[in-house]
Design a binder for this molecule. Structure first.
Ligand code: AMP
Ligand code: ZN
Length: 455
């Protein structure tokens, strides 16, 4: 079943297929800027991309190459390192490690390659040199190099910025919002290379244009080219990256390589908190740790982040996390009643919904229709495939508190021992006894938990 996904460039929903004869699906997802803990809005984007990654793995087994970069040099990272009087590399390592830990807690698969901007300086310089040779870039007196937007006719195809310009007369000439403060000839031109300024301290590299550092946009063009080649199958990010970041990536890559950059573009929408844009000053900016401190599990956050359609804004509330915890509990109880011996696979509607432009809202609706009908003869293997696609690790969900009668606890102990001794027939018989007595047992690697079966 092919994955259909909305393409922000053509504005059509199209099937995903690898273009190269090797059959490898080339997937680039813009990664985090590592200067602070990522917030739950960032994680909405990364969790949605993880869902996409998992569906791709199911569709093209062993033939997915997922690259996600680390922005470890820009105005924000440099500012943080100056404020804290720490070397840039120390700051970015701290927040890269934190990002990895949070991603693991949210059960996001690591990308196959995670290139960092600071370890790809020569690749970025090469690309800028080619753009300069081809007449798409110019130097300024301060040792910077800018991309000349008027040199590329295709500029604006993704964001329709030229159409907007005609309508409102301001988009292109206005100073684009970027990670870096720019100086340039034309409002729409953007920095490829930034000549060294005192504020950058010891953060600079030698280049044909003197000491400096790369602009923000060029890293993705250069790292995508290096790790995936000139043309990739899919490029993704949050909706705020569509303009100018992705528009600029297209301009740089297509002018440098002379060929199409990405065959498909996907942008997921933002997360709002209590109906508002997240910000420190409003006090509504949450990190995963903030939610853990309130007693919520990372699995509940993952569930809540997936619950809304990824191309619609999602309003996050703490109530949505309570609802997620309870949905996970239901799924967990359901899972504990399934056995590998079950033969029914009623989950086709789940994959139909997921493969239809990541219709997660429809997915959860279909899932609970099945779950509410009861476990009957449903195959555990089939359900685990659904859990894999959604990245829901039910073993992480906190065990519900319930008073467990001594005879039930004893039965469970006996069953656990049988399972450890690999006496699966005895273990299955004991599970049946437990189920008959109204209890379900969920096994983990290192133990188990018990909970009353939902009637
Ligand atoms: P950054 O670390 O700022 O480069 O952002 C990392 C990713 O998070 C990018 O793909 C952004 O588009 C995305 N992002 C930023 N804010 C939000 C938000 N409120 N909701 C969803 N995604 C976001
Ligand atoms: Zn990028």
């Amino acid at each position: 079943m092919a994955i259909k996904l909305h393409d922000s460039l053509t504005r059509e929903t199209r099937e995903l297929h690898p273009a190269q004869p090797d059959g490898v699906f080339r997937f680039y997802n813009c990664g985090p800027t590592v200067y602070a803990a990522a917030h739950i809005g960032n994680f909405r984007t990364f969790v949605v991309n993880d869902l996409l990654r998992r569906l791709l793995e199911l569709e093209f087994p062993g033939k997915v190459k997922h690259v996600r970069n680390l922005t470890d040099v820009d105005d924000k990272t440099i500012r943080r390192s100056r404020e804290e009087h720490r070397p840039l590399g120390d700051v970015t390592k701290q927040w890269t490690d934190k990002f990895h830990a949070d991603c693991a807690a949210l059960n996001c698969l690591p990308p196959h390659v995670e290139p960092a901007a600071t370890t790809h300086i020569p690749e970025q310089i090469d690309m800028i040199s080619i753009l300069e040779k081809k007449g798409h870039a110019y130097r300024t007196e301060d040792g910077s190099v800018y991309f000349k937007v008027s040199s590329y006719d295709g500029y604006g195809s993704l964001s329709r910025v030229k159409e907007r310009e005609l309508k409102v007369g301001s988009a292109l000439s206005a100073k684009p919002q970027t990670h870096d403060a720019d100086e340039k000839e034309d409002g729409s031109d953007f920095a490829l290379w930034k000549g060294h300024k005192p504020d950058d301290g010891d953060v600079f590299w030698p280049s044909p244009w003197g000491q400096g550092r790369p602009g923000w946009h060029i890293e993705c063009s250069a790292m995508s080219k290096k790790h995936l080649g000139d043309t990739i199958d899919l490029h993704t990010g949050g909706v705020d990256l569509l303009f100018p970041h992705h528009e600029n990536e297209i301009a740089q890559s297509q002018c440098c390589n002379g060929t199409q950059f990405s065959r498909h573009w996907y942008h997921s929408e933002h997360l709002l908190v209590d109906g508002k844009k997240m910000s420190k000053s409003l006090g509504n900016l949450y990190t995963l740790d903030d939610l853990k401190a309130k007693g919520f599990s990372p699995a509940a956050l993952r569930y809540a982040l997936l619950a809304g359609h990824p191309r619609k804004q999602l309003n996050f509330t703490l109530d949505s996390l309570h609802a997620a915890e309870s949905a996970l509990k239901t799924l967990r109880a359901f899972r504990s009643q399934l056995t590998p011996a079950g033969t029914d696979d009623p989950f086709a509607p789940i994959f139909t919904a997921l493969n239809d432009d990541l219709n997660t809202a429809g997915t959860f609706g279909a899932l609970f229709t099945i779950v509410n009908k009861g476990a009957a003869n449903i195959s555990a293997v089939a359900f685990d495939r659904v859990l894999y696609a959604l990245g829901l690790d039910l073993t992480e969900v906190a065990a519900p508190k319930a008073d467990i009668p001594a005879d039930i606890a004893a039965l469970a102990e006996k069953r656990w021992a049988a399972k450890q001794a690999k006496d699966f027939a005895a273990a299955d018989a004991l599970r049946k006894e437990l189920t008959a007595a109204g209890w379900s047992m969920l096994d983990r690697k290192d133990g188990y938990s018990l909970e009353p079966v939902k009637k």
